[in-house]
Design a protein around this ligand. Structure first.
Ligand code: PXL
Length: 281
């Protein structure tokens, strides 16, 4: 049967991130996506000034309740960028209402990058995010978000296996069974992700050649592919490799085109290859 995901992120009109990335990627994977927009912006907040920002905090629970009244069921709940601190508590309620015995809760704790918390969020945001992560089956933090979640100082790489594995275990200690940590590297030539499943007790790595430059929205591209592959039945480490490759190729395509890094990555031209890799006939 076709799978169905509830994606709960902002919609930034321009700049390819959150819902404008999650929708096309998950749909291309042959999975139905329903959305709850957390905020509507003219662009994302990374590098643009003067963006519009409409907070939709008040709509989230009404949308959820309407869905519940229709008895809609979701194979996964996928949360990303939240429009306000209050939305963290609301997201816990949404998860409480939409959770079933066998659906998957993926929380992407979108809040920081490159060692700094996004300036739209208060300093207390990581505390709230830590509570939300405790409700998740899978979390996909980058290295900055991971450090904030476990209350550790952010360190730039290259990292050691010991450092990454210690971090993964501390993250699993927050509650989620499975962690996929992004932005992991042991040398200058490769970049990727580390996955950890608490039940298996095993850390697995997925790398791809590093592409220079900081491109926006890549975390959302990564998480959307990862979740699609997991719902398609791929083991977590294989799903992470598919997501690392797809994200790195999207970045490389964008770098070759010389596009403004704020405009997001050209993931669209990679979708046919992704569909093949996910075995979509
Ligand atoms: O890609 C993460 C993200 C999502 N949504 C908005 C953002 C960002 C990162 O800056 O600003 C609105």
């Amino acid at each position: 049967m076709q799978k169905r995901i509830a994606a709960i992120h902002d919609i930034s009109g321009f700049g390819k991130c959150s819902l404008t990335v999650a929708l096309p990627i998950i749909s291309a994977a042959g999975i139905e996506v329903s959305v709850i927009p957390t905020a509507v912006l003219s662009t994302h907040t990374g590098g643009f000034t003067g963006f519009t920002y409409r907070d939709l905090t008040e709509d989230i629970l009404s949308i959820t309740d309407h869905w519940c009244s229709l008895d809609l069921k979701f194979d996964a709940i996928y949360t990303g960028f939240l429009g306000s601190f209050e939305q963290i508590t609301i997201m816990e309620q949404v998860i409480g209402r939409l959770r079933t015995d066998n659906n998957l809760i993926l929380v992407d704790p979108v809040m920081a990058d490159n060692g700094v918390l996004y300036k739209v969020f208060p300093d207390s945001f990581p505390d709230g995010m830590r509570r939300l992560c405790a409700k998740a089956d899978i979390i996909v933090p980058n290295m900055t978000e991971a450090a904030l979640l476990i209350g550790q100082e952010y360190k730039q790489g290259p990292y050691t296996r010991e450092y990454i594995e210690d971090m993964l275990k501390k993250l699993a200690g927050l509650g989620p069974r499975r962690i996929v940590l992004t932005g992991v590297y042991f040398n200058g030539s490769q970049l990727g992700a580390a996955s950890y499943d608490r039940h298996k007790g095993e850390v697995e790595y997925a790398f791809s050649p590093r592409v220079e430059g900081y491109y926006h929205g890549t975390g959302d591209v990564f998480a959307s592919v990862l979740l699609s592959a997991v719902l398609k039945g791929f083991p977590l480490a294989d799903a992470a490799q598919i997501a690392v490759d797809f994200t790195a190729q999207s970045i490389e395509r964008t770098r070759l085109a010389g596009t403004d890094v704020r405009y997001g990555v050209n993931f669209e031209e990679g979708l046919p290859m992704l569909m093949q890799r996910l075995n979509i006939k």
